[in-house]
Design a protein around this ligand. Structure first.
Ligand code: IMP
Length: 196
């Protein structure tokens, strides 16, 4: 099924492309895609907003294939679940990543280790060519580190420590991250939902 992905984030695109390689979803991007302004309500609302926006933009261009969007974020116990849906804008929309990561690490430095827990969450929304909307979710729990660890991945990966392997997502190859991550879990849920 030819499917256009609603993202301008190269990190996400690469991961989702690899996750869906060999599946019935044949992934494409649309150069003309314009990201809608995300709300601060929920991941589901944002994923659907992006998918519906891309669907509308494609239809105006005479393309009637399926569309896929994801909305994700990181939730810190120390911030009562924040920044959550606002993760992309955490510490300021245009703040460079090193500074954003430093700000997040400073939130947990003063709290005991058992309050450094965090969760990555990803919601994927797929709209089939006939307009059916499928929404799935994946999450993974870990801890925020107090030092940067690793240079792989993107975004918050170098400060997201996953205890079962004793490493951050910045320290593992992409294929391993895709096995463990919120996005990998959401992608597998999507393929199961489609098969059903
Ligand atoms: P959005 O889904 O585009 O709203 O992005 C949410 C924010 O979380 C962005 O700043 C992403 O860089 C970050 N983020 C989402 N998924 C991941 C991930 O797998 N690793 C690290 N950061 C992520």
């Amino acid at each position: 099924m030819k499917t256009y992905l609603a993202t301008k984030n190269a990190g996400k695109l690469g991961e989702i492309r690899n996750m869906l390689a060999g599946s019935p979803i044949d992934l494409h991007t649309y150069d003309g895609y314009i990201d809608p302004v995300e709300g601060d309500d929920s991941y589901v609302a944002n994923a659907l907003l992006k998918a519906r926006a891309l669907r509308e933009q494609l239809q105006l261009a005479g393309i009637h294939d399926a569309v896929l969007a994801d909305d994700s974020g990181i939730e810190l116990d120390a911030l009562d679940g924040g920044p959550g849906v606002l993760s992309a804008r955490y510490a300021g929309e245009t703040t460079p990543w090193p500074q954003r990561l430093e700000t997040m690490m400073s939130e947990v430095r003063h709290v005991p280790e058992d309050r450094r827990g965090a969760r990555f969450i990803c919601v994927m929304a797929l709209i089939t060519p006939d307009g059916r909307e499928i929404v799935v979710e994946g999450d993974v729990r870990g801890q925020i580190t107090t030092e940067l660890r690793g240079t792989n991945g993107f975004g918050y990966d170098p400060i997201f420590y996953y205890p079962p392997i004793g490493k951050t997502f910045g320290e593992i190859p992409e294929a391993e991250k895709n096995e463990l991550s919120h996005r990998g879990r959401a992608a597998r849920a999507l393929l199961e939902a489609l098969a059903a």
